[in-house]
Ligand binder design. Structure first.
Ligand SMILES: N[C@@H](CCC(=O)N[C@@H](CS)C(=O)NCC(=O)O)C(=O)O
Length: 285
């Protein structure tokens, strides 16, 4: 599978690079970004943190705003930031180009409904196609962790819950914790997955966590700002907390006083998240 480099910039002794490639899963050209820490290369492979962004984002928001390169360089962790949906003029979008559905809002699911199902297959893209591409082209090893924000926090938790043993640890900022019960999730799932709510459960972190078996536990850290304007209606961290209590899941959920939904919040705590991952990757945190 070939990839085309579209930008390179040295950062904290490592490299931030953007690539485009033809995605067979999504049926379109896609862009992703990778941060390679200075330890990567010359025979040395490094672990990877996948970062899943939220609504309206591309590969750029996290890389430009989170301030994660310094700590990734110190710990020796590569970061891969994919886009949040399929792209291109031939890819269907919300009829009103709404920010919360269609392009920029793939919700990390495999759509089953027309006209979305040909392109909107972000679950398979993140779980299968992209990691294979990263392993083929970059000095990374199989040790993988996953994090995300909001829609991407839902994506990160859901992917860790559905793939026991795949990720050493998972963290999320302000995740959409119970998408089947909030407007963002209901709009996306109804369109992508159809009106049968039973088909939505496989993508709901709270439902998955509530019944998780101890053999399938992945250590999880979630931060949520208590001044987040989306907290009450869209995010529902209390549902995730209850789910963890039900199954005994190793979830640490921290309410952070005064923080909102923005990248200022992410930048304030990303170091904690990366050190949490480093501990579970067996690196010096
Ligand atoms: N009302 C906002 C909702 C979208 C939003 O808050 N997106 C979050 C993720 S859910 C984000 O990361 N935005 C991009 C950024 O802050 O760089 C908008 O229309 O942009």
């Amino acid at each position: 599978m070939s990839i085309e480099n579209i930008s390179s910039a040295k950062s904290f002794g490592g490299w931030h690079k953007q690539y485009s490639h033809k995605s067979s899963t999504l049926g379109c050209d896609m862009r992703f970004a990778i941060y390679l820490p200075p330890q990567a290369g010359n025979g040395t492979t490094v672990p990877v943190m996948y970062w899943l962004s939220g609504l309206t984002c591309t590969d750029e928001n996290f890389m430009q705003k989170a301030g994660a390169h310094r700590i990734a360089a110190e710990l020796g962790i590569a970061i891969v930031a994919p886009d949040t949906s399929p792209r291109g003029d031939h890819v269907p979008d919300d009829e009103n180009e709404a920010y919360d559905f269609g392009k920029g809002a793939g919700f990390y699911v495999n759509a089953t409904q027309e006209p979305w199902r040909q392109n909107y297959r972000m679950y398979d893209y993140i779980i299968s196609e992209l990691p294979a591409l990263i392993a083929e082209h970059f000095p990374v090893n199989e040790n993988t962790v996953i994090s995300g924000h909001s829609m991407g926090g839902h994506g990160a938790l859901m992917m860790a819950l559905r793939n026991p043993g795949r990720f050493r640890s998972v963290t999320a900022f302000s995740p959409i914790s119970n998408p089947v019960n909030v407007p963002w999730g209901q709009k996306a799932f109804e369109n992508y997955l159809g009106s049968k709510q039973a088909d939505w459960a496989a993508y709901d972190s709270s439902m998955l966590m509530s019944t998780a078996q101890p053999t399938a536990f992945t250590p999880a850290l979630v931060d949520q700002g208590d001044a987040d304007g989306f907290l009450k209606d869209q995010l529902k961290p209390e549902t995730l907390e209850q789910a963890a209590k039900n199954s005994g899941y190793p979830l640490t959920l921290r309410m952070q006083e005064g923080y909102d939904h923005s990248y200022y919040f992410i930048a304030s705590f990303i170091e904690d998240h990366m050190r949490f991952h480093a501990t579970h990757l067996g690196l010096t945190a």
